[in-house]
Design a protein. Structure first.
Length: 260
């Protein structure tokens, strides 16, 4: 489920509808095709040699069915996913006005993620139905490139997701470096900051960053700073800002290790 002024990349699973967008979430590994724990405040630990993978599912639900659908996710879908080999958590982002939902599952290896595909499909169908999904589902598989947590997200936490694409062949690696060295330090200075992550798609040259804050008020207070940072980063990377989205973190049980 995908945080402020961050970056993300995605590629659809075979046979997925050609729609767009992403969830709770992060940044380093090597992925194929399909979506977190913390550190001390004010410090960025050394980047470790992890290989984590994330599958995200995006769809538009019925705003009136969000709460009921989230109950199903907490009580039935999450336990079922957690019992699968290699599962390291799940999260959901929602927009209660539009009904847009982004569900994220995290995996300890690419093999575990790929092996879960058939078992996850009926759970995905149930969750989407419970949330009033109307079709147009889009499934992504990600390489986790960066993850940093200052502290756990409380009830009412919200996230800003930023999608970038384009640039030259080195854009993804440059985006990862910039996220670590430029974006994270600035995020850590912002009041209410909880965590941030970056996911990348090396094949399509897309990235998505997520920044999470304690409350919608804290998120809104950072909008101007996030916009300035976004313009600077996209300019230096030669990248296009595809989308910026603010969503409620409705469910957050991802256990991807610190990767900053």
């Amino acid at each position: 489920m995908a945080f402020t002024g961050t970056v993300l990349a995605s590629r659809p699973c075979p046979g997925a509808p050609d729609v767009a967008t992403a969830l709770d979430l992060t940044w380093v590994a090597q992925r194929r095709s399909v979506s977190r724990d913390g550190s001390a405040a004010g410090t960025l630990p050394d980047h470790g040699e992890f290989a984590m993978y994330i599958r995200t599912t995006e769809f538009r639900g019925d705003p009136s069915m969000i709460d009921g659908g989230l109950r199903l996710v907490r009580e039935e879908i999450f336990p079922a996913v957690s019992a699968m080999d290699g599962s390291i958590g799940m999260s959901m982002l929602v927009d209660r006005q539009s009904g847009r939902c982004i569900a994220t599952t995290a995996w300890s290896s690419e093999d575990a993620m790929l092996a879960s595909a058939d078992a996850v499909q009926p759970l995905r169908d149930r969750a989407e139905s419970a949330l009033g999904g109307t079709g147009g589902r889009y499934v992504h598989e990600w390489e986790v490139a960066v993850v940093h947590r200052d502290h756990a997200t409380p009830d009412g936490a919200c996230a800003r997701l930023t999608w970038l694409s384009g640039g030259d062949l080195h854009m993804v690696d440059n985006a990862i470096d910039m996220f670590r060295m430029v974006i994270l330090p600035q995020l850590q200075e912002q009041r209410g900051f909880c965590s941030a992550s970056l996911m990348v798609d090396r094949e399509t040259g897309r990235v998505v960053g997520t920044a999470a804050f304690d409350s919608r008020e804290a998120l809104e207070a950072t909008r101007d700073a996030a916009a300035r940072l976004r313009e600077r980063v996209s300019g230096e990377l030669g990248a296009i800002i595809d989308n910026v989205e603010e969503m409620e973190i409705a469910f957050a049980h991802l256990h991807v290790p610190e990767m900053a």
